[in-house]
Structure formats: structure tokens, C-alpha cells
Ligand binder design. Structure first.
Ligand code: TYD
Length: 137
């Protein structure tokens, strides 16, 4: 399976009653042990985020509120996901370049990550990512 194909949408449980909805994420739906959680919010409509890859990090990305586009690129092919549901998580594996754009007003994007923040795990330049990605094929 290609690195891009291992990225996928995961449907999360959704418990709805007349008091509203509740979604949770727990093992075995979690593909990795969570060591960090962060969230993006107050993103201006035309801002772009991401524009990097990670050597080892795995992530789950959830549009808890609002919507955004996530373009994934494994150095060979690309795929765009529109995240717009709090009961759906996008799994992103290692060695995937990601670009985040088209944030709807009020969007909150939560990210569960397999490692603590580590700048040395980032590829900030696309050409560096491409070179490393060819070596990882
Ligand atoms: P970055 O990962 O580039 O954010 P995005 O992909 O959303 O554009 O991080 C932006 C800044 O925040 C950068 O200086 C690193 C810092 N940062 C942390 O300190 N801890 C974290 O967990 C994350 C994700 C970022």
C-alpha cells in the first residue's frame, strides 16, 4: 500500500439524543498512542497552514467545528480531503506533506499526535521532503 493510501478517514462513534451529540476516540480506533494534542483556531479565511512533512509523526486530524481542506502528498501523488464533520478523523502517517487551506470561519481543527513536539522531525522545505521521500519508497 502506498503511503498516501495508508492515510484514511476514520468514522468515529456518534451518540445522539435530545441533549445533543457526543463523539469519542479510544482504542482500538486510535492507530497510535497519543502523546500530544493541539488545535488550530481563529484561522483567517485565506490563511494556509501546514506546508510541511514529518519523518516519523503520525496524526489524527478532526474538524471539531467548521471545515477545512487538507491536501496530502506522498511525493508521488496527492489527495485532498475536505474535513467538515466532528465524527470523522483523518489519519496521516509518516512522510506525508500536508497543506491546510480554505478554513471556514470559526473552524476548530484538533490534532492528536503520536509524539511530543520535535522540530527535528519536520521537513519544512518541499525539495528536502521529496529527496527524503524518494529514499523512503
Ligand atoms: P506548525 O507545525 O508549523 O503549524 P501549522 O502546521 O499549523 O502551520 O507550528 C507553528 C508553530 O508552533 C511553530 O513555531 C512550532 C510551534 N508548535 C509548538 O510549539 N508545539 C506544537 O505542538 C506545534 C504543532 C507547533
Amino acid at each position: 500500500m502506498s503511503r498516501l493510501h495508508s492515510c484514511r478517514l476514520i468514522d468515529l462513534p456518534r451518540l445522539v439524543d435530545d441533549r445533543g451529540a457526543l463523539t469519542f476516540i479510544e482504542s482500538p480506533l486510535l492507530p497510535f498512542e497519543v502523546r500530544r494534542i493541539y488545535y488550530l483556531y481563529d484561522v483567517p479565511p485565506f490563511a494556509r497552514r501546514g506546508a510541511h512533512g514529518h519523518a516519523r509523526l503520525e496524526q489524527l486530524m478532526i474538524a471539531v467545528s467548521g471545515a477545512l481542506d487538507v491536501e496530502l502528498d506522498d511525493g508521488t501523488s496527492k489527495r485532498v480531503y475536505r474535513l467538515s464533520r466532528p465524527d470523522q478523523a483523518l489519519y496521516i502517517g509518516p512522510m506525508i506533506w500536508r497543506d491546510l487551506s480554505n478554513f471556514a470561519p470559526g473552524t476548530v481543527c484538533a490534532v492528536l499526535a503520536s509524539e511530543r513536539y520535535d522540530e527535528s522531525d519536520y521537513f519544512r522545505g518541499y525539495s528536502d521532503f521529496l529527496s527524503a521521500s524518494k529514499g523512503a519508497m
